[in-house]
Design a protein around this ligand. Structure first.
Ligand code: SAM
Length: 471
């Protein structure tokens, strides 16, 4: 039944294989020889399987957890350096025909104000986001074929890319909308999207069906096979995610990694990103009503294990989490974070009460300037770079650059250039001072003359206000 190359959800995410893996993990969690073997394999930086990762997750030995954390930090540093990519979500519409029991946008929620941005409102939101310094967005929408058909989403993408306010521009639009058809994925690809993101929510079919009792999202196979359709439609950067808290985390890790293995086996390229959301309080949603909540230690352990299991996959953590939790996760593997997010429709220019249409409570409420400063003070380089997909570095091209370690040559200078751009255009005096010092130090440390030349030349151009260089 289990077949990672199958295109059928129930064969590549085989329930039996997950249960067997969890049994195996439970009975080998104290098998020191096996655990060492797995850690040695992980240290080769080529990943480990869902079963091996499950053994590590089951193991409670503090020394082993320390070793996993150490390796996760090293892998993070080797593949991603100290760069952290910045983005913001943009909520287009909260009209939704689904019945997801954890999401306040569910059809039966009559308390929440329903709102869909007009193109003028999209323009205003985007200008507000550009004025903060954002260059990369993730658009979000409920599923409603009448109110938010694909044509509406495509029109919004066009509008977003067309706005050039002062020195601002949105250069990459990632899309988080419901599972759709190959034809619609092709249209999204043609509209120039970056990553197509779709959270699985839970990999357990039985729970999935009861958590999504009504609406098109109820169909487990259609949802789980969405990434294959996206890839068939030409989108080669796809982002996976589980909403932690809905099902047993051990089951979810195993399913998530099987999904990554499936994409690699069938399409030759694994997921571009994995998001790590945890269920949060929202309008008519009480996270305590779900039995599978995980504490910060388990959350951190999951993060580190994902990092060493799929070293080539970017990891994302949103403002659902507090600054403290985000700081911890950044060290263990997260490579992208959102900043100054609003999870309501129209939230960046809100005239009505901001919480009226909110999807979930935001824990990290800091401004983008504060988040950027905090990252720099914590030893990271915030990056507003979006070059990869415009330069055609997507799918397996991106992965092979990352695997060869050569991605640093592109990412590091680009991160510094786009940070410089942020500092010049949007930062407070204090953030600019800290950032300029950081860039100066980084330039001194860049080993090859080639990169130093690219960097300093472009930085000069930015300072002079000539923005015709390639990122
Ligand atoms: N509607 C699209 C779909 O069905 O996939 C995606 C957009 S939705 C705005 C983005 C994600 O928010 C969902 O996939 C879900 O995991 C997450 N979400 C929903 N309710 C949440 C809650 N109460 N707390 C945290 N995250 C939540």
């Amino acid at each position: 039944m289990y077949n990672p190359k199958s295109l059928k959800a129930e064969e590549f995410i085989s329930h039996e294989e997950i249960l067997e893996s969890l049994d195996f993990a439970e009975s080998h969690k104290n098998d020191a020889a096996l655990i060492n073997e797995i850690l040695e394999k992980a240290a080769k930086r080529k990943g480990i399987s869902h079963r091996e990762a499950s053994v590590l997750l089951a193991c409670e030995d503090k020394n082993v957890i320390e070793k996993i954390n150490k390796l996760a930090m090293e892998i993070k540093r080797d593949f991603y350096g100290n760069r952290i990519v910045m983005f913001a979500p943009l909520y287009l519409s909260n009209y939704c025909v689904n019945g997801c029991t954890y999401c306040p946008y569910h059809l039966k929620n009559k308390r929440i104000a329903r709102k869909k941005l007009t193109q003028d409102e999209v323009r205003r939101e985007v200008i507000a986001l550009q004025d903060m310094g954002h260059k990369r967005l993730a658009i979000e929408s409920g599923e409603d074929p009448v109110n938010n058909p694909i044509e509406y989403i495509l029109e919004c993408i066009d509008t977003i890319y067309s706005i050039k306010h002062k020195n601002g521009a949105i250069r990459r639009v990632n899309v988080n909308i419901a599972a759709t058809t190959v034809e619609n994925y092709r249209r999204l690809k043609d509209a120039g999207i970056g990553t197509y993101i779709l959270f699985q929510e839970t990999y357990c079919k039985e729970s999935y069906e009861s958590l999504h009792p009504t609406g098109p999202k109820h169909d487990y196979a259609y949802h789980t096979e969405a990434m294959d359709r996206a890839m068939e439609g030409g989108i080669d950067d796809v982002g996976l995610g589980v909403l932690f808290g809905l099902e047993l985390y051990k089951y979810e890790l195993c399913g998530l990694l099987m999904h990554a293995e499936h994409l690699e086996a069938v399409h030759g390229v694994g997921p571009h990103t994995i998001s790590m959301p945890r269920i949060k309080r929202a309008d008519d949603i009480d996270p305590d009503a779900f039995d599978n909540g995980i504490d910060d230690d388990i959350f951190a352990k999951l993060c580190a294990i994902i990092r060493i299991s799929v070293p080539y996959t970017g990891m994302i953590i949103s403002t659902r989490e507090s600054a403290e939790v985000r700081a911890r996760m950044l060290r263990l593997g997260v490579s992208q974070i959102s900043g100054a997010s609003r999870t309501s429709v129209g939230g960046y220019t809100e005239e009505v009460r901001p919480t009226d249409t909110e999807q979930f409570d935001v824990s990290d409420q800091r401004t983008l300037d504060e988040v950027v400063r905090w990252l720099m003070e914590s030893g990271f380089i915030p990056s507003f770079c979006t070059a990869c997909y415009r330069e055609g570095r997507t799918g397996d091209r991106f992965m092979s650059l990352l695997k060869s370690g050569k991605i640093h040559d592109c990412c590091h200078p680009n991160a510094l250039m786009t940070l410089k751009e942020f500092l010049e255009d949007y930062a407070s005096e204090e953030t600019k001072r800290i950032g300029d010092d950081l860039i100066k130090r980084e330039l001194e440390n860049i080993p090859t003359d080639k990169i130093r030349n690219i960097c300093s030349r472009n930085l000069e151009e930015i300072t002079e206000g000539r923005r015709d260089f390639r990122f």
